[in-house]
Design a protein around this ligand. Structure first.
Ligand code: FAD
Ligand code: SIN
Length: 531
């Protein structure tokens, strides 16, 4: 049974931009295991298109980037955090270039793209495949480091805390520590105990909680759910960002059409051929995402249409193909030539602005547990994330967290008394249809009742239905041996619950949270939602 128990200095859960950048730095101070539930590159990071926001041009300034972030965040950003992350961004870009990241250039300089909410072109990108270039650059570094092992198809199930030492952990006991995680090794079909002096939660977002999403299959909110069960503080979960333009096509429903297409002059029209964005905001197609997504939602609800159009065909074919090679070829595969035709688009769940509450160094409310990237909530995004600020945050906070992690002292010997996973009395589940049915039901409930526009009535309905799903799934889980599908379902229900509960706690509309019962923003409600 020796292979059931492992000890390591740093345990990293997740292999996107956040987990990998942290792993690279801490590998200089100790041994690292990166646990990831699919193949290593499968992550939101891999699919990022637009780029990384950073002040890289003399005509731009830190002050401008800070102001744009605060404006998008609708009064809920932590200005100190915004300033630190924006200030440290340019150095991260320079480091990536020195690691070999090939970003797009023009006349020998980085080409800077434009996206909604940015008053200036400041998006560093690699055409429309920025995420792939970033993920591959970081992965190469990780794979060549002798101190790092990558464990693919390993699913983190639960964080190990004082609770597993048989100690009562409650809200009134703030001194909880994390000692690692229970991890399901799919190939061996066994749950292993990974003990570490410091654990980094970098499991990304939760787009899969919604029926329509730009996120890949792995984005099921496992990290937030695990941290919540471990009694960590979770913040701002009502702020779910819907990307205005995901491709509306049966064969490619989750494919993103980057905001950079609008940055290069793409125009939105309804099915009558009318350009509608100027009616909603003077910045038109380049207004922040919450405004554009709500405008499209309004157009669809009043017309009964299934989609709106995004048109970039007025630009030269060469220009479109040079800036958007991936979007061009993916659309062509499904019969749309974007150099000549309009693109059918709809909004889709895209980014979780809330998450595990941390400071700007990734410290959560649990000792020895750090969190970074989309799973976390540092205060950078407030009520609405500014486009391309997410990869920036993952890189800057990843580095700062590593500095924090290297200070963490060795754990005591009593770590040895932490038990292994106990699955006695459980059986292999036979009723797979329960899992798939409940997943589908959850995703539809969230889409229909907790989407772009909310109401008290819809939130109450969602809450009642989620409770039923929760009870059924927990009963099933208690009797079953671990499986990835069942654990993901359980986590998705927990995330759904956190979103509904947070949305019900906010009695105003702000940023991404729009509720018809309280359509105005209220100064009295200007605070984080903490659970
Ligand atoms: P991820 O990159 O999602 O990585 C999470 C990792 O955790 C994955 O490896 C996953 O498999 C693993 N994992 C999850 N659960 C478990 C578990 N239980 N056990 C083990 N492993 C687990 N942001 C920008 O700033 N600019 C952009 O241009 C941009 N474009 C985007 C385009 C798309 C289509 C999408 C979906 C997002 C985009 N975003 C963009 C957002 C950005 O990509 C993500 O927020 C960011 O990549 C998150 O990085 P991360 O490391 O936190 O998480
Ligand atoms: C995009 O390319 O539109 C996505 C950018 C982001 O989510 O930050």
């Amino acid at each position: 049974m020796a292979d059931l128990r492992h000890k390591i200095d740093f345990l990293v859960l997740g292999s996107g931009a956040a987990g990998l950048s942290f792993a690279i730095q801490v590998a200089e101070f100790g041994t690292v295991a990166v646990v990831t539930k699919d193949q290593a590159s499968e992550s939101n990071t891999q699919y990022a298109q637009g780029g990384i926001a950073a002040v890289m041009d003399v005509t731009d300034s830190i002050e401008n980037h800070v102001r744009d972030t605060l404006d998008a965040g609708a009064g809920l950003c932590d200005e100190e955090v915004v300033r630190i992350i924006v200030e440290e961004g340019p150095a991260e870009i320079r480091r990536l270039v020195s690691k070999g990241a090939l970003f797009s250039k023009e006349n020998g300089h980085l080409h800077l793209g434009r996206e909604g909410g940015h008053r200036q072109s400041r998006i560093v990108h690699a055409a429309d495949s920025t995420g792939e270039v970033l993920e591959q650059t970081l992965l190469q570094k990780v794979m060549s480091h002798t101190n790092i092992q990558i464990l693919e198809h390993h699913f983190a199930l639960e964080l190990i805390t004082d609770h597993h030492l048989g100690q009562h952990v409650s809200k009134v006991r703030p001194d909880i520590s994390c000692y690692g995680a229970y991890v399901y090794n799919e190939a061996k079909d066994q749950v292993e105990t990974w003990l570490a002096k410091c654990t980094m939660l970098a499991t990304g977002g939760a787009g899969q909680v919604y029926l329509h999403t730009t996120n890949p299959r792995v984005a099921t909110g496992d990290g937030v759910a695990m941290a919540y069960r471990a009694k960590a503080r979770v913040a701002n979960m009502e702020f779910v960002q819907f990307h205005p333009t995901s491709l509306f096509h049966e064969e490619a429903r989750s494919f993103l059409i980057s905001e950079a297409v609008r940055g290069e002059g793409g125009v939105l029209t309804n099915t009558k051929g009318q350009r509608f964005m100027p009616e909603y905001d003077k910045r038109a197609e380049l207004a922040p995402r919450d405004i554009v997504a709500r405008a499209i939602d309004d157009q669809l609800k009043t017309s009964g249409d299934s989609h709106v159009w995004l048109d970039i065909s007025h630009k030269s074919s060469a220009h479109v193909k040079r800036h958007f090679p991936k979007i061009y070829s993916r659309c062509l595969e499904v019969g749309i030539d974007i150099t000549k035709q309009k693109i059918p688009v709809v909004p889709a769940a895209h980014y979780m602005c809330g998450g595990v509450y941390t400071d700007v160094n990734g410290q959560t409310s649990i000792d020895r547990l750090l969190a970074c990237g989309e799973v976390s909530c540092t205060g950078l995004h407030g009520a609405n994330r500014l486009a391309s600020n997410s990869l920036l945050e993952a890189l800057v906070v990843g580095r700062r967290s590593a500095e924090k992690a290297k200070m963490v002292k060795e754990s005591s010997d009593w770590m040895d008394s932490l038990p292994n996973w106990d699955d006695s009395g459980t059986i292999r589940p036979g009723e797979w249809v329960l899992i798939s049915h409940n997943k589908d039901e959850l995703r539809r409930i969230m889409w229909d009742y907790v989407g772009i526009v909310r109401s008290n009535l819809r939130l109450e309905r969602a809450s009642r239905r989620l409770e039923l799903l929760y009870k059924e799934t927990e009963a099933f889980y208690r009797d079953s041996r671990v499986s990835v599908g069942l654990c993901e379902l359980r986590n998705m229900i927990a995330v759904g619950y956190l979103i509904v509960r947070s949305a019900s706690m906010r009695r105003e509309s702000r940023g991404l949270h729009f509720i018809t019962d309280y359509p105005e923003t209220s100064e009295n409600e200007r605070r984080m939602t903490l659970i």
